[in-house]
Design a protein around this ligand. Structure first.
Ligand SMILES: [Zn+2]
Ligand SMILES: [Zn+2]
Length: 238
């Protein structure tokens, strides 16, 4: 799917100071594409060839069912995908080639493959805005944080658009990420200390209470699946 179905309003995304801005851009691309592929687009033969080849990861199968437009396009995609799987992977004895094909399918996803280059392009726009617009530069530098894998993507995408300013930009970005990682470390330490008998009865600081979820989100780019927030008092089973 080469067509760009999604333009990212970069300024609007960065005006919201809540979490990683690149995660928010990724969420916009992801939601629009899930909507797109669970509509009439699924009937297009060139898309079908690609969905047969790549399949979907667990997350995106789940999103197709919970956020998609309709279930029939999903059923038709699965029907055609199963034909492919039965023929290519289960139609002959499981030699090395067959096992390699199954393994390849386990690690590929039609939606993930779409997101990656489109997000990279949106990040290039971010870098150009940083270079050319002083107002955007302030917006960028005042973000609460950038998650670890989007830090990696930004640095990888920034060389070309930033040119001579790359080193300074990379350092500003590293400091932003490092500062947040430091605060996470602090929060986790406070969480740990809350279990010390000397702190028994004292309320747990707010950052400590959310530190586990915040750290998981920073490391994985996705909110942690979690139950109720833990109790705030120490001396109890957290
Ligand atoms: Zn992110
Ligand atoms: Zn995926």
């Amino acid at each position: 799917m080469k067509e760009n179905i999604c333009t990212i309003p970069v300024n609007e995304v960065f005006e919201v100071h809540d979490g990683c801005p690149i995660c928010r851009m990724r969420d916009i691309i992801e939601a629009k594409y899930i909507d797109y592929i669970t509509g009439p687009a699924m009937m297009e033969p060139d898309i079908r060839i690609e969905t047969n080849r790549a399949g979907f990861c667990e997350r995106h199968f789940g999103m197709m069912l919970t956020c998609g437009r309709a279930r029939l396009p999903v059923a038709l995609t699965l029907e055609s995908h199963l034909v492919d799987v039965r023929e290519k992977m289960l139609g002959k004895k499981p030699d090395k080639k067959v096992l390699e094909a199954i393994e390849k399918l386990e690690h590929s996803c039609f939606v993930c493959e779409y997101i990656e280059p489109h997000l990279a392009r949106a990040i290039e726009t971010v870098c150009l805005s940083y270079k050319n617009e002083p107002e955007f530069r302030r917006l960028y530098e005042s973000q609460p944080y950038i998650c670890l894998s989007h830090y990696r993507m930004i640095i990888q995408c920034a060389k070309k658009p930033l040119g001579k300013e790359f080193d300074a930009f990379a350092e500003v970005t590293r400091r932003l990420v490092r500062k947040y990682a430091d605060s996470l470390q602090e929060g986790i330490a406070q969480f740990r200390d809350a279990f010390d008998y000397r702190n028994a009865g004292k309320p747990m600081p707010a950052e400590a209470r959310t530190s586990i979820e915040s750290t998981i989100e920073f490391l994985t780019s996705r909110p942690a699946a979690t139950r109720q927030a833990p109790e705030t008092k120490t001396g109890e089973n957290h």
